[in-house]
Write a protein that binds this ligand. Structure first.
Ligand code: WTA
Length: 632
């Protein structure tokens, strides 16, 4: 990990965007600079005009932005409904037959749904949920794989102002239970199974264990997958029967611009996940506009974002942004390399995907498997390749550009977070691309790289990335924990502080170097060291634990745990495996440590805080840095 103020060498290559991309781009480099300047000096004018042009409101706002530091609101007193913008208006305007989603999976089962069909199903489900007694402001949890059924249910919640909270269907029963409990979810949407690398994974045993005895959950709505049979328990309803019970007539109610849309739990520096809350209008506008301009999407384009709806990327760039824009998206349930490492490229060829958006960890995986796989397919439809979730190293960038993009695409890196709702630092398609550098601030994003005192650092010097003012899709709070929200704006001199180290070059391009806090990024998934540590000490043989991230060629980071055994415990390989399994059980497989090392003691400050930095330096064989606060 870089230290603050270290000067990084200016690494070289610049790739101009291909002419065919530049020619059709919504935003030229000149327009970018002019528009960006206006967006941060006159945010109300900029976003107000855009909202009028891009979205529909049932009642106009009184004021575009109100900023009572650290709180802010956008489009005050406006009335709207995000699903009207995502569905009703497209159908009304004659685009009902346009395909909204092309679904595919590991068994190559295809399903297509048009905007009109999607709207009808959403209306039916919205009625059904209202008949169940759900009301605006209630919370509904999800534990479903990426399916059309899930998207219908998400949108039905949004339509009636019910706040969805999606839990990635790879999390453990404990993790699901904790999230349902703190969100006080009244209903849980679940699926019986999903297929991953050819294995059928039973999801209902996780859900049943999670909701067992949980008072807040009144109903579980179970989507029984094709070929599955399921015996319903009390309080459990069949998804399909429920859907069919709802009438097809449902007017989108006028919701307030600031009504909550969803809560998404993400990792912070404590053991408890943060419930990041987003609201209707600002989020709608920002994801709509960033989908259009970051990916340069036009009416006929086919877009494929490979994320899962359990993460923010799926919320913003599978569901809300593309639908609001009226795009046709490909969605795929399952693993990237199953049944073979060419499966995804076969789908790009089949559906003539124009814009493809994935994570560096996937790119590195494909890179390891070799260019012979993508080489078998016609990928000439691709125009833009997006990247998200972690820094993309120049080698992976160049492989993506050459092996997938055939040197005829723009590679668009996008830095952002669950909290930011949408893209914050982007290399717009028409701009010069610099491998490894995320790019320039998105519209409305007043970003800089500063030192601990909040002063801008010199070009290429390492500092903290900050944002000076709120943008429309900035998180509004951490659900039930406003003090955790305040920390984002109070830790660093009144700026929004995302917790990442960065540099900025002479042209203003920002490079993200990684987290400056105790949060890991494993395969693009955020995992708090504290979460893993508390899962480790929950094991009866473990007294203390400290967790670090180690560079990993594919996952970006891997998890290494240093643990102290309880007195008298014999350390065996079996125990190590058992401890690893217990973390998977506690949190989910994605948080399972790759390595566990038993140690006698852990480096701590005099006040008893574990110095993970020291462990990491020792592990990596690098300088220990300042150890003056080290106890021993
Ligand atoms: C990291 C994912 C470098 C970063 C959308 C951030 C990135 C965290 C990039 C947020 C990128 C995300 N380049 N790092 N293009 N995108 N990150 O909330 O550390 O799951 O703070 O949101 O991922 O992760 P989150």
């Amino acid at each position: 990990m870089a230290e603050s103020n270290q000067i990084l060498s200016q690494s070289g290559s610049v790739y101009p965007a291909p002419l065919h991309v530049v020619e059709r781009a919504w935003i030229s480099p000149e327009a970018y600079h002019e528009m960006h300047k206006r967006s941060v000096t006159d945010p109300e004018g900029f976003w107000g005009e855009l909202a009028e042009k891009e979205l529909e409101f049932f009642q106009k706002w009184d004021k575009v932005r109100e900023w009572n530091y650290p709180n802010y609101k956008w489009f005050l007193n406006a009335k709207m409904n995000i699903t009207h913008n995502c569905l009703d208006r497209h159908v009304r305007d004659g685009r009902g037959d346009k395909i909204a989603f092309i679904y595919n999976n590991e068994k190559n089962e295809e399903e297509k749904i048009s905007y009109a069909q999607l709207l009808t199903r959403v209306k039916k489900m919205a009625n059904a949920l209202q008949n169940l007694g759900l009301q605006k402001g209630d919370r509904v949890a999800f534990y479903m794989p990426l399916t059309l059924e899930q998207i219908v249910a998400i949108l039905a919640c949004a339509r009636i102002g019910v706040v969805h909270t999606i839990i990635f269907a790879g999390f453990s029963a404990n993790a699901l239970r904790m999230r349902c409990e703190i969100a006080e979810a009244k209903v849980v949407f679940a699926s019986t199974s999903t297929s991953r690398r050819g294995n059928d994974i039973d999801l209902m045993h996780v859900v049943n264990e999670a909701v067992e005895g949980l008072k807040c959950v009144q109903n579980v709505i179970v989507h029984v997958r094709k070929g599955d049979s399921y015996s319903f328990k009390s309080g459990q309803l069949d998804y399909q029967t429920l859907l069919e019970s709802g009438s097809e007539n449902h007017e989108a109610p006028a919701l307030d611009a600031e009504d909550p849309l969803f809560i998404l739990y993400t990792s912070g520096t404590t053991g408890k996940p943060k419930g990041v809350l987003h609201t209707q209008a600002g989020y709608n506008l920002f994801t709509h506009f960033s989908t259009r301009v970051s990916f340069d999407l036009h009416e006929e384009d086919i877009f494929w974002c490979t994320a899962d709806t359990g993460w923010i990327t799926g919320h913003s760039y599978i569901v809300y942004g593309p639908l609001s824009l009226g795009v046709t998206s490909v969605i795929v349930e399952g693993a990237p390399t199953f049944p073979n490492p060419g499966s995804w490229w076969a789908l790009v060829e089949k559906y003539k995907v124009n814009v493809f958006y994935t994570a560096p960890t996937a790119v590195r995986l494909f890179m390891k498997l070799g260019a012979e796989w993508p080489n078998k397919y016609d990928l000439s439809s691709l125009r833009i390749l997006g990247s998200v979730g972690e820094p993309i190293n120049p080698e992976a960038w160049e492989w993506y550009y050459e092996a997938i993009g055939r040197k005829n695409v723009a590679v668009v890196d996008t830095w952002w977070q669950t909290e930011t709702g949408g893209h914050m630092i982007v290399t717009m398609p028409s701009m010069d691309q610099k491998p490894g550098k995320a790019g320039l601030p998105f519209f409305g994003v007043d970003a800089d790289v500063v030192d601990r005192q909040g002063n801008p650092v010199a070009p290429n010097a390492v500092g903290f990335l900050v944002v000076r003012q709120p943008w429309p899709s900035a998180l509004r709070t951490c659900y039930g924990e406003p003090e955790r929200f305040n920390n984002y704006w109070m830790e660093m001199k009144g700026f929004y502080y995302p917790g990442d180290f960065a540099t900025k070059d002479e042209d203003g391009y920002i490079t993200i170097l990684g987290r400056a806090d105790d949060v890991l990024n494993v395969s693009g998934h955020r995992i708090g060291t504290a979460e893993v540590e508390s899962a480790l000490v929950a094991h009866e043989s473990i007294a203390e634990a400290a967790v670090i991230g180690k560079p990993h060629p594919i996952k970006g980071e891997s998890i290494k745990a240093f643990v102290i055994a309880m007195n008298g415990v014999q350390v065996t390989d079996q125990l190590i495996q058992e401890v690893k399994d217990s973390v998977a059980k506690e949190l989910g497989k994605l948080a399972q440590p790759d390595e566990i090392e038993f140690v006698e003691g852990l480096p701590k400050t005099r006040s008893g805080k574990i110095m993970r930095r020291v462990l990491k330096a020792k592990e990596m064989g690098t300088e220990l840095g300042d150890t003056s606060t080290l106890e021993d």
